[in-house]
Design a protein around this ligand. Structure first.
Ligand SMILES: Nc1ncnc2c1ncn2[C@@H]1O[C@H](COP(=O)(O)OP(=O)(O)OP(=O)(O)O)[C@@H](O)[C@H]1O
Ligand SMILES: N[C@@H](CCO)C(=O)O
Length: 322
């Protein structure tokens, strides 16, 4: 095994479900986490930026624990690490922050020991940790990922983002944990609702593969999770009902929320009108939001190598201003 002195990775955020594809569809978005790992004689953390506030700085940190799983799987010992991290991905908002942390740690730890584990293994480990493959698939492989997980094995197909697809992402200033948003779901759904979702999710996957943006209006509808989560996100029901009239191709709760995501055609002149509508609808409920226009990203996690003379934060500043 060749142990590198330092590895840096860059991981995209993701939106999961895309409406009906609950726990199966994910898409990578251009907000990023950067992670640096160095073997060390004691474990230390350098967590930079607002998004890292409150995260543990000892061996209970997710990044440390996931890195150790990689070393154990590969049969190597790297007990202590110097861990640096910076993230633009808001925590616990439905943009896959936990998935990006898991994927970043898996990719960085694997690269640090000479990449003995193939991507498929990293995907299985990431899915087992996150419990569903949608966010981790998108962060690992980029683009749009359709995946199925049987508890030990995940199959997936990656779809290149269709031309002209863009998103408006409305991020409320409150957190909603995936655990809480899953507790709102019923244990069972009606057969007609299951059929409703299977048909929309299949149509959505085919429409995204074929570049049929015209089909997203119907294809992004959902009946098995959003109706139950709507009471947790003020303004969500109204947005799901009305956003298409304001210019959205389709609209959904992003992951487990509370972020909402509208899909738009970047040639449509109504994007600004839609942005104002989305922001005003949530603000009318007393929620402060930020709204970003983001294009899907084709590339998943990237190992940036260890050749740079720049410090970790000099590299981040260079990346952000690039
Ligand atoms: N860089 C990180 N280091 C350590 N823990 C992290 C990091 N990023 C996220 N987490 C953990 O993941 C939790 C958020 O996970 P959660 O699944 O609730 O939301 P999310 O991943 O942001 O959104 P969603 O899964 O709905 O897209 C945080 O509260 C934190 O415990
Ligand atoms: N598919 C997951 C994504 C959030 O992690 C959910 O909706 O609960």
């Amino acid at each position: 095994m060749s142990l590198s002195q330092v590895v840096r990775v860059k991981v995209p955020a993701s939106t999961a479900n895309l409406g009906p594809g609950f726990d199966t569809l994910g898409m990578a978005l251009p907000l990023y986490s950067w992670l640096e790992l160095r073997p060390s004689d004691r474990t230390v953390f350098h967590l930079h930026g607002d998004q890292m506030e409150g995260l543990p700085q000892d061996k209970s940190n997710l990044i440390y624990k996931v890195s150790q799983m990689v070393f154990q799987e590969a049969g190597v010992s790297v007990p202590d690490l110097e861990i640096s991290m910076y993230s633009d991905i808001p925590l616990t908002r439905g943009l896959g922050s936990s998935a990006s942390a898991i994927v970043g740690a898996l990719a960085a730890a694997n690269a640090l020991i000479g990449s003995p584990l193939p991507d498929a293994k990293l995907f299985h480990m990431a899915t087992a940790l996150e419990k569903h493959p949608d966010n981790v698939g998108a962060s690992l492989f980029g683009g749009i990922v359709a995946a199925a997980w049987d508890g030990t094995h995940a199959d997936y197909v990656r779809i290149a983002p269709p031309a002209h697809l863009e998103t408006l992402v409305v991020i409320p200033d409150f957190q909603l944990s995936t655990t809480k948003a899953r507790e709102a779901l019923p244990a069972q759904v009606k057969l007609e609702d299951a059929v409703y979702n299977i048909s929309r999710s299949s149509l959505l996957t085919a429409a995204l593969s074929a570049g049929r943006l015209d089909l997203l209006r119907e294809a992004m509808k959902d009946r098995i999770h959003q109706p139950y989560r709507a009471p947790l996100v003020p303004g969500m029901s109204k947005i799901l009902e009305e956003a298409q009239k304001q210019g959205a191709l389709g609209v959904a709760l992003s992951g487990a929320g509370p972020t909402m995501i509208a899909f738009v055609d970047n040639r449509d002149a109504r994007i600004e009108q839609l942005r104002v509508y989305l922001v005003e609808t949530m603000e009318a409920e007393g929620i402060t939001v930020s709204c970003l226009q983001l294009s899907p990203v084709a590339e998943g996690v990237q190992v940036l190598g260890d050749k740079s003379d720049r410090t970790f934060m000099e590299m981040i500043r260079g990346e952000i201003t690039a």
